[in-house]
Design a protein around this ligand. Structure first.
Ligand code: CO
Length: 658
C-alpha cells in the first residue's frame, strides 16, 4: 500500500495566506502538544513572513518562538521556508549570512529547510543547501512552479537533477499561486519521479483557484510522496487544501495515511475558535476564503493576493483591484516571466499597482525592481523587455555572474557594529534581515515591551510601560491635538520641551513635536494638559533631518517619534513641516510630490543641498517595497516636507526644489 505523508501548514503558510501571518504564539501555544501527536511528516512553522511579522507586529522574537515550538513538539519534524540567497528578505545576502542563518535555524530547532529561489536560478540555492546538509538537516530543493511560454517540462526536470547533485534530501514542487492543474501536476510529478525516484517528492499548492484537491490527488497518483495541507478551519481559499479531507479521500482510494483522526478533530475544534476571532476583528477577509479562478490568468499567489487586497484597501483604492490584477501579467511578461513568489511576487505586484496608480507605466519604479533589472536577483527565465529595461535602468550597468559573489561578508562586521544592542547571534541575524524593524524590536524589548496578545489591526494596543515605573497601570492612549509637549529629562539626558508654535503654519494635528538628542532614546512619559502619556523615542536611521525637531504622527497610542542626529543649533526654519500641509512652491520652484501612499522611510536630502535630476530625495516604504523618489530636475532643495516615519498620500508634498 502506497503511503502518503502530510505536512501541516497551519502555523506558517495558512497563517500567512489567510490572516497576513498575524497569529501570535500565545494564541496557538495551547494546541502544540496535541499537534505533536497527529503523525505529520512535518509541521511547517517558521520562515516565510513569520519572521518579519513577529518582529514588526507581534513583539515576538522569532527565534524564541521557534525554540518554544520545538520544546512543545519534540516528536514532529519542524519545517521552515527559506528564500535561498534572499533568506527571508527581498534582497541578496552575502554567503556568510546565508550560512549563519541556516546554522542558527537548525540550532534553534528546524529539521527541514525548504529552499527556493524566486527565479529558479540554482546558483541562488547552492549555499543554503550546502549549509543545511552540513548542519545535518534535511534540505528540500524546491521548484517554483509557474507557467509561461518559456517554462517547459524539460527545464523543470533539468533543475531537479541539478538539485539532486547539490545534495538535497527531497524535491518540492511549490505552486505558490494555486495555478498547477491536475494534468500538469501529474505530468510533472511523473517526470520528476522518473528522473530521481529515490528522492521523496513533496507537493505544495494553494486552493485559490479551486484546483488543489484534484492537483494533489493526481500528483499522488503520479508518485508524489508528501502533500502540504492545512487543518480545515484554516484551509481553502488562498490557503492549502484541508488536511482531514485529503486524509479521508486518500484512505478511501487505498492509500496509507498515518494521521490520528481524533487529534485532527481536536486541532480543528481549536482552530475554529481562532478563525472566529480573526473573522470578528477583520484580519481574516472573507475574500481570501473564496475560490477565485481569475488567478488562473493572473497567477497571483495566495499571500500576494491577500496582501494586494489589504494594501489597496489601505490606500482607499480597492476599486482598482481589477485593474491591478490585469496589469500584473503584463508586468510579468515585461520582466521575463519570473515565477510569482516572494520577493518577485511583491515586486511584480507593487509595480502593477504603481503602474495603475501613477497613470503611467514604469514612471515609479521601486529599488528592488531596479536591482532585478540589473540582474541582482539572478537569471530571469526570459530576457527582460529591452525598452522597459532601458527606461528603468538608464545607463546603470548590468550584473555579470552570481550577484552574491560580489557581496562582502556581513555577519561579523554587523555583530561588531551592534555591540551590546544584540544580545545573541540570532539578534544579529534578525537585524541583518530586517534592520529597522529589528532595531525597533530591540528597543521595545529593552524597555520591557508589553506583550500584545491580540494582533488586532485597528484596535488600540496597550500603552507601553515606562521602564522606571513598572507597577503603574498602563497609561492612556494618546490621541487628540497636542500643542505643547514637555518631555521630562531622564538622568543624563538632555531632552527639552519645545512648543509647537514655530510649526503652527504647517501643523496638522494630531502630531507631536519633540526636541531630541541623539543619545536620548527610549520610552518616556509625556505630560499633556496635566495627563501622562507614553511616548517611545528612537533614533532614526539615515541622515539627520534638517530641523531641530521631529514631528511624528500620533495615529497609534504609543508614538514612535524618530529622533534625528544632534540638531544643528541654527534652526533652519520651515524644513520639517509635516507632509499634509505643504509649503506651496512659488513660481520657478518645483514641487516633488509623493507618487503613492506610503511611509517615509528615509529622507536623503536637506535644505540648501544642490541636487541633480535623478538624485534620490526621499525613500518611501510602500507595500513592503522601498520606493525611491528622485529629483525631476536639477536644483537646490528649498524645503523638505517629508518626515521620517510619517505617512503620506498620493500627491502629498515631499520636497520643494528651486
Ligand atoms: Co505557499
Amino acid at each position: 500500500m502506497k503511503k502518503v505523508n502530510f505536512t501541516e501548514t497551519v502555523l506558517r503558510d495558512a497563517n500567512q495566506s489567510l490572516i497576513a501571518t498575524r497569529l501570535p504564539y500565545s494564541k496557538f501555544e495551547p494546541i502544540l502538544e496535541t499537534m505533536d501527536k497527529a503523525g505529520f511528516y512535518s509541521a511547517e512553522v517558521w520562515g516565510g513572513a513569520t519572521f518579519d511579522v513577529c518582529l514588526r507586529y507581534l513583539q515576538e522574537d522569532p527565534w524564541e518562538r521557534l525554540r518554544k515550538i520545538r520544546a512543545k513538539m519534540p516528536n514532529t519534524k519542524l519545517q521552515m521556508l527559506l528564500r535561498g540567497q534572499n533568506i527571508l528578505g527581498y534582497k541578496h545576502y552575502p554567503d556568510d549570512v546565508v550560512r549563519k542563518f541556516v546554522e542558527y535555524s537548525v540550532k534553534n530547532g528546524i529539521d527541514i529547510i525548504r529552499i527556493f529561489d524566486a527565479l529558479n536560478d540554482v546558483r541562488n540555492l547552492e549555499v543554503a543547501i550546502d549549509e543545511t546538509v552540513k548542519q545535518g538537516a534535511h534540505a528540500s530543493g524546491t521548484i517554483c512552479f509557474t507557467t509561461s511560454p518559456v517554462h517547459t517540462l524539460e527545464k523543470n526536470v533539468q533543475m531537479v537533477k541539478d538539485l539532486k547533485s547539490m545534495g538535497v534530501s527531497s524535491i518540492c514542487i511549490k505552486d505558490m499561486a494555486g495555478i498547477m492543474g491536475p494534468k500538469e501536476a501529474y505530468d510533472l510529478s511523473a517526470a520528476i519521479k522518473d528522473a530521481v525516484p529515490e528522492l521523496p517528492l513533496v507537493i505544495h499548492t494553494h486552493c485559490t483557484t479551486g484546483l488543489a484537491f484534484m492537483t494533489d490527488l493526481k500528483a499522488v497518483e503520479a508518485g508524489a510522496d508528501v502533500i502540504d495541507t492545512a487543518i480545515s478551519p484554516f484551509s481553502g481559499g488562498t490557503s492549502q487544501p484541508a488536511t482531514e479531507t485529503l486524509a479521508y479521500a486518500l484512505r478511501h482510494l487505498g492509500y496509507q495515511v498515518d494521521l490520528d483522526d481524533q487529534v485532527l478533530t481536536k486541532m480543528a475544534d481549536f482552530f475554529k475558535g481562532v478563525r472566529a476571532d480573526f473573522l470578528k476583528d477583520g484580519t481574516l477577509d472573507p475574500i481570501s476564503m473564496a475560490t477565485d479562478t481569475q488567478c488562473l490568468n493572473y497567477q497571483i499567489p495566495g499571500g500576494m493576493l491577500s496582501n494586494l487586497i489589504s494594501q489597496l484597501k489601505m490606500m482607499n483604492a480597492i476599486d482598482k483591484l481589477d485593474q491591478a490584477l490585469a496589469e500584473t501579467p503584463k508586468v510579468r511578461a515585461d520582466l521575463g516571466y519570473p515565477p510569482l513568489v516572494t520577493p518577485t511576487s511583491q515586486m511584480v505586484g507593487s509595480q502593477a499597482v504603481q503602474n495603475v496608480l501613477a497613470g503611467e507605466r514604469y514612471k515609479v519604479v521601486g529599488k528592488e525592481i531596479k536591482a532585478y533589472c540589473r540582474g541582482e536577483y539572478g537569471r530571469t527565465p526570459a530576457p527582460i523587455d529591452p525598452e522597459i529595461q532601458k527606461k528603468i535602468l538608464g545607463d546603470t550597468p548590468l550584473v555579470e555572474g552570481r550577484f552574491a559573489d560580489s557581496l562582502e561578508p556581513e555577519f561579523e562586521k554587523t555583530k561588531k557594529e551592534l555591540g551590546a544592542t544584540a544580545k545573541s547571534d540570532e539578534d544579529v541575524l534578525s537585524y541583518i534581515a530586517f534592520p529597522q524593524v529589528a532595531m525597533a524590536f530591540f528597543k521595545d524589548r529593552e524597555a520591557g515591551f508589553p506583550k500584545k496578545e491580540e494582533p488586532k489591526k485597528a484596535a488600540a494596543p496597550a500603552a507601553a510601560q515606562a521602564p522606571k515605573q513598572p507597577e503603574t497601570a498602563p497609561l492612556p492612549a494618546w490621541q487628540g491635538h497636542v500643542y505643547y509637549a514637555r518631555v521630562p529629562a531622564p538622568a543624563g539626558c538632555g531632552y527639552t520641551a519645545r512648543p509647537i508654535e514655530p510649526f503652527a503654519a504647517s501643523y496638522q494635528p494630531p502630531h507631536l513635536v519633540l526636541g531630541t538628542r541623539d543619545d536620548c532614546t527610549g520610552t518616556f512619559t509625556v505630560t499633556i494638559d496635566g495627563k501622562p502619556y507614553q511616548v517611545s523615542v528612537e533614533k532614526a536611521d539615515g541622515p539627520a533631518p534638517a530641523a531641530p525637531a521631529v514631528v511624528a504622527p500620533v495615529a497609534a497610542p504609543v508614538v514612535p517619534a524618530p529622533a534625528p542626529a544632534p540638531a544643528p543649533t541654527a534652526a533652519p526654519a520651515p524644513a520639517a513641516a509635516p507632509a499634509p500641509a505643504p509649503v506651496a512652491p512659488t513660481a520657478g520652484e518645483t514641487a516633488v510630490n509623493s507618487p503613492m501612499p506610503g511611509n517615509i522611510f528615509k529622507v536623503e536630502c536637506s535644505v540648501g543641498q544642490r541636487v541633480k535630476a535623478g538624485d534620490v530625495l526621499v525613500v518611501l516604504e510602500a507595500m513592503k517595497m522601498e520606493i525611491e523618489v528622485s529629483a525631476p530636475v536639477d536644483g537646490t532643495v528649498k524645503s523638505v516636507a517629508a518626515v521620517v516615519g510619517s505617512t503620506v498620500n498620493t500627491d502629498d508634498l515631499l520636497v520643494v526644489l528651486g
